[in-house]
Structure formats: C-alpha cells, structure tokens
Ligand binder design. Structure first.
Ligand code: ADP
Ligand code: MG
Ligand code: ZN
Length: 474
C-alpha cells in the first residue's frame, strides 16, 4: 500500500534580545562562563517577581507578521509545572490560553509545486537551564534559564523531509533578516511530530514526537527513519505504534522511546498571576509594523532585479548583517551589482588573507561606498581601490585621505602628464619611427610606457588623446 507521511513541527527559537525575558540578566549571546548571567529572579529564589521584557513582545509580533498571523491584542502567560533540575522554579512560564500570534501561513516552493503550511500559533516562553554531566557528577548552568524563546507551532501540513527543511530554512532567513534571531546552531530547536496514513485516508495515524533536534541533517534523517518505522508497523505489523515521545540517536540514525506522551493535564497549567495581561493596542502594533523589515522573498526579488547572481543572493539573504551593509551602500548611491561584488568577493578576499570569513566583516558602509565611488568616477583604478579596501578593513582608515597620502589618486596635473609623454617619446625614437610608418602597435607600446611612468595615475583616456596628438605632430 502507499502511505502518506504527515508531519507537524514545534520550533523553538532563542530571541536575540539584550536581556532575558523576565529579568535584566544578559540574553543568550552574553554569557562566557557557566552561571555568569544569573540573578535571584531567574534562579527561582522565593519571592522574586518576573518583569516582562517589552522587546520580546515586539520580536514575537514581528515573527507573527512575517508568518502572516493574526496578532492577539490581549495575551497572557501561564505556568507549566514540572520538576527537573534545570528548571529552578519547577515551572516554566509559557503561553497556553492566549498565545501572542495565531492562524498564520507560510508558502513553500517545493519540487512538487507550491505548498502552504498553516501556522497554528506562536507563543512566547522562557528557556530552561542546562545540565552538564561529568563522570559521576552533574552540574547545572542557569545562563540559559529564562532566555526568551518563541515557539512556532504548525498544523500537520508537511508531507516530506524536503518540505520540512524548506520551511526551517525559510524561518531561519526570515528571522535573521528580521533581527529576531541569528538562529545559530542550538538557537533553533525542533520537535517533529510524525504519523503515517494510507494514501487518500482522511484519518490521522498514531503520532510520535521526536524531541529537541537542532541539526537540519539530523532532522532529515530522523524523519526518514521514523516514517519508515511507522510504515513498516502498518504494512507488516512489525510493532504496535503508540503515541509517545522519542529521541533521535545521531550515531545509529534510529529513534528510541523516551516516555509516553504527557497530556496537558500532567502539567497542571494555570495562569501566571504575577504577570499582567499584555495589551497590544493599535499604536504599538503600527509601531512594530513600521519597523518590520521587508520580507525575505521580496528582498531576493529586488536583488535579482538589480542583476545580483543567485549565489550571491543566497549569501546575502541568509545574512542580515551583509544584506544591511549592501542596502546601505546602495542607498549611498552605488550600483547594486557592483557593490555586491565588492562585499562578497573583495571584502571576503581581504578577510581570507587573515584566515577570517565574511562573518568577521565590520566595515563602515560610508567608507566602502567612498572606495566604490573613487573607482567608478575613474579617479583610481580597481587595484588601487583594493589597496584602499585592505587599509580600511584592517585599520579603518579614511579612504579618501589614504588614497591621497599614498599617491593612489590618478589626478595628476596636465603638465606632469605632458612632460612624461615627451620623455617617453624622446627615449623611444624607434617606436616613434614605427608609428610614423603606420604601425598602430607602436602607439600601444608608448601608451603602456607612459602608464608605467605614471604608475597608473591620470585618466587613461586623456593620456591616450594627448599622446596621439603629440605623435601626430612629432
Ligand atoms: P499537543 O497539545 O499534544 O502538543 P498539538 O495539537 O499542540 O498537540 O500538536 C502538536 C504538534 O503536533 C503540532 O505541530 C501538530 O501539527 C502536530 N500533530 C498533531 N497531530 C498530528 C498527527 N496526527 N501527525 C503528525 N503531526 C501531528
Ligand atoms: Mg505541544
Ligand atoms: Zn536573571
């Protein structure tokens, strides 16, 4: 029999905020050593009260807008109770009853055509800490405790690993370009719910949930393994499927049962009376909308239209910092295609020399634009531009000053050019003779000699013209 795979995803994304969700400890990119970023509130000391981080709400709403969701104007937090050593309060603050965003939709361009994935909801919650096991001992690190997360829950609308990966990559690009999260390894974690049913059937099969996967490669392998396990169970009766939570083992490539699936009642959810309901009024929503970045697809289209190659678009779209740099340089009056090359090829080349990559690039958009303009205007040649670029990337010099101080400027005065041309003609009587006898090539050689003397300075067109008139009058 043919089977259809049915998948629903719950994706947790750590938000790029300065501080945690309910206290002023630094956010997920702050900590250096274990327990660096911990205070009485996020370590669950008695009597401490949570204070909502406004930026978390704004990022969650931005994510909702990007995923075409309805934004709840009234949103509340609930306590989800369970005991685990990485959870100091013995409850997680999350949203059950009034999540911040609902009923969204993402469309995917798959090899089978367009697919729409419905988003059931997005809710805000706090992350748990981390346990570190060493030999007989286990240590607890609360740096991640209370780091803000959004959880994006889809309807069971995926039917293949390909669709799942397209979706995750799309979320990643969107969240990067929206400043929501850089989605580094570990900052985006997925629970994958899978079931299988005979093709054409309306009824869902028994579902299992594979918990907490952060590598896309593992997600793909887990889906393949788990869906095959379900199909074998249905087709050959190899085992009885039960609704449960499973874990994927990266080494064997198999999934293993962890526990029976908890139900909502197991967690004794109840409203968190310490956090006031959040009201999102028109004014605030409009403010957030106004800062919402252009959707990734639109941006890719705009780059494509400007003649930027697909490969370059791919690099830009997945990197908020680079695309912002490019946009800034374009806004300063440089051509899009040219600017993309300067960033993705020339800047990358300078960094590569020092064993670095584009992720290390920090160049001021105005300085880069100044270099590009020096080259475009013919004031300097591209090689001189590259020399300036190296100095700007490495020592943050001012491009125009550096250009002048190092004699990279082509602007030399006309009399200097003239005397050099005279000198070159005088030193090469043979070439002059040849030119007079109709050998065009001789003029090229003389021109080359002039350029060499001028060390690339001066406008080539002007030099050529002057040389020609001198030759014709000699
Ligand atoms: P729970 O409350 O048990 O976590 P939800 O209704 O919130 O269940 O669904 C959790 C996730 O499981 C959602 O992403 C949903 O799309 C997915 N899901 C639900 N039923 C199925 C199914 N039969 N097969 C695959 N995924 C499913
Ligand atoms: Mg769930
Ligand atoms: Zn804290």
């Amino acid at each position: 029999m043919n089977y259809e795979i049915v998948i629903g995803l719950e994706t947790h994304v750590e938000l790029d905020t300065q501080s945690k969700i309910f206290c002023s400890c630094g956010g997920h990119s702050s900590p250096k050593e274990p327990n660096d970023c911990v205070c009485p509130a996020c370590s669950g000391m008695p009597g401490m009260l949570p204070v909502m981080n406004k930026h978390v709400v704004e990022l969650a709403v931005t994510a909702g807008l990007m995923l075409n969701c309805e934004i709840s104007r009234y949103t509340t937090f609930d306590k989800k109770n369970y005991y685990y050593p990485d959870l100091p309060c013995a409850y997680q603050i999350t949203q059950l009853n009034h999540p911040i965003c609902t009923n969204g939709c993402v469309s995917l361009q798959t090899s089978q055509g367009n697919r729409d994935i419905r988003i059931k909801q997005i809710h805000m919650e706090e992350d748990a800490g981390k346990l570190v096991h060493e030999g007989k001992h286990s240590y607890v690190d609360f740096n991640r405790t209370s780091v803000p997360l959004i959880e994006i829950v889809t309807q069971p609308d995926f039917h293949s690993a390909e669709e799942v990966l397209l979706y995750l990559n799309k979320l990643k690009s969107m969240f990067r370009s929206g400043g929501i999260s850089e989605c580094e390894e570990g900052a985006m974690r997925c629970d994958v719910n899978i079931s299988v049913r005979p093709e054409g059937s309306e009824e869902f099969g028994v579902r299992t949930e594979i918990k907490n996967m952060s590598s896309f490669d593992a997600i793909e392998r887990a889906i393949r393994y788990e869906s095959q396990r379900h199909m074998d169970a249905l087709e050959f009766g190899t085992e009885e499927l039960v609704q449960e939570t499973r874990r994927f083992d990266d080494v064997s490539g198999k999934t293993f049962a962890m526990r029976n699936k908890e139900t909502e009642a197991d967690y004794r959810y109840f409203p968190d009376a310490n956090i006031m309901p959040i009201i999102i009024d028109d004014e605030w929503l409009e403010q957030i909308k106004a800062t919402k970045p252009v959707a990734v697809d639109e941006k890719a289209d705009a780059y494509r239209e400007a003649g930027i190659s697909e490969k370059e678009i791919e690099m830009l779209i997945h990197n908020n910092k680079l695309s912002k740099l490019l946009d800034d340089v374009i806004a300063l009056g440089c051509g899009a295609k040219d600017a993309a090359t300067w960033i993705l090829t020339d800047c990358a080349g300078v960094l590569r020399k020092d064993g670095k990559s584009l992720s290390n690039l920090s160049i001021n958009a105005e300085k880069l634009a100044a270099i590009i303009k020096l080259v475009d205007s013919g004031s300097i040649n591209r090689n001189a531009g590259k020399k300036i670029l190296i100095a700007v990337v490495e020592k943050d010099v001012d491009p125009v000053t550096y250009c002048k101080e190092n004699g990279l400027d082509r602007k030399v005065d006309a009399s200097a050019i003239e005397s050099i041309i005279d000198k070159v003609i005088n030193e090469n009587p043979r070439a002059l003779e040849d030119y007079k006898n109709g050998k065009e090539k001789a003029k090229q050689a003389l021109f080359g000699a002039c350029m060499k003397e001028l060390k690339g300075a001066g406008n080539p067109a002007v030099i050529k013209e002057l040389l020609e008139s001198k030759l014709n009058n000699a």
